[in-house]
Design a protein around this ligand. Structure first.
Ligand code: ADP
Length: 249
């Protein structure tokens, strides 16, 4: 029987930095409507894999396919327009603009990079209906006309995710989306990610293992640049190598 559709696939992915192998032989499949976690101790290579997949780094070895197209040699903005976006930091949100205004600006982005070529708000004449759709999807309706600066830390993070969704991606990459949050915000953002993943593939780097256990369908565990275990959380958390890796050796 067919499982969920593969939207992103990496084969034999590797990266060397001046002779040091940071990532080696990584194979990864992301599936439509599934949340995939990338976990592992500090220095395991998670950020490097993230940067390789989004083409912020050029791989030393391996191939990456997005929606059936070879993207191994493509530039990040092209990959973003093709349907894979990554979350940036909260600083990608304009604090003096409202939630709605931030989304209007994001929807006018002619390329995939949050930091380039923004059009000024004053030049936006029509209200794109997708702005309100995204606000509703991400549970931001009560804050629609509030300035981003006045949102809680967790809601700012949700707004930042909303702006990345303005490109209508099929694949969303989130780097520690719950970092620095208290319990309530963690639960809120977990719900939002679950909702977002109903219609998209999500890859998240996450240190909070109870969140991973809660919302992720598939887990890949990295150590010293290589995959040491993969499967659902129940499976990888029983793995002897994973247990040793997490004992802080
Ligand atoms: P993680 O995100 O899992 O903490 P990283 O991907 O940041 O791990 O790093 C993996 C390894 O690669 C580490 O040993 C790190 O020091 C090394 N590394 C990462 N980026 C660079 C770089 N630009 N130059 C040299 N070494 C790097």
């Amino acid at each position: 029987a067919d499982g969920p559709r593969v939207v992103l696939s990496a084969r034999g992915l590797g990266k060397d930095f001046a002779g040091f192998t940071a990532v080696n032989n990584v194979n990864l499949d992301l599936h439509h409507a599934q949340i995939h976690a990338l976990i592992g101790p500090n220095g395991a290579g998670k950020t490097t894999v993230f940067n390789l997949l989004t083409k912020f780094l050029q791989p030393t070895r391996g191939e990456i396919t997005l929606l059936g197209q070879d993207i191994t040699k493509m530039k990040p903005d092209r990959v973003a327009r093709m349907g894979m976006v990554r979350s940036f930091q909260i600083s990608a949100v304009f604090p003096h603009l409202t939630v709605l205004e931030n989304l209007r600006v994001a929807l006018q982005r002619p390329n995939g990079l949050a930091t380039q070529f923004w059009k000024p708000l004053s030049s936006l004449e029509t209200l794109d209906p997708r702005a309100d759709e995204l606000i509703a999807e991400l549970g931001l309706s009560p804050w629609r006309d509030r300035r981003a600066a006045d949102l809680s830390y967790g809601r700012k993070r949700v707004l930042e995710i909303a702006t990345t969704l303005a490109l209508d991606p099929q694949v969303l990459l989130l780097d520690e989306p719950m970092a620095g949050m208290g319990r309530e915000d963690v639960a809120m953002v977990a719900d939002i990610i679950r909702n977002v993943a109903k219609t998209r593939a999500v890859l998240m780097v996450e240190h909070n293992l109870s969140v991973v256990a809660d919302i992720c369908h598939h887990v890949t565990v990295l150590q010293r640049g290589e995959i040491i275990a993969e499967g659902d959380y129940a499976t990888v958390s029983q793995d002897a190598r994973v247990r040793t890796a997490y004992m802080g050796v």
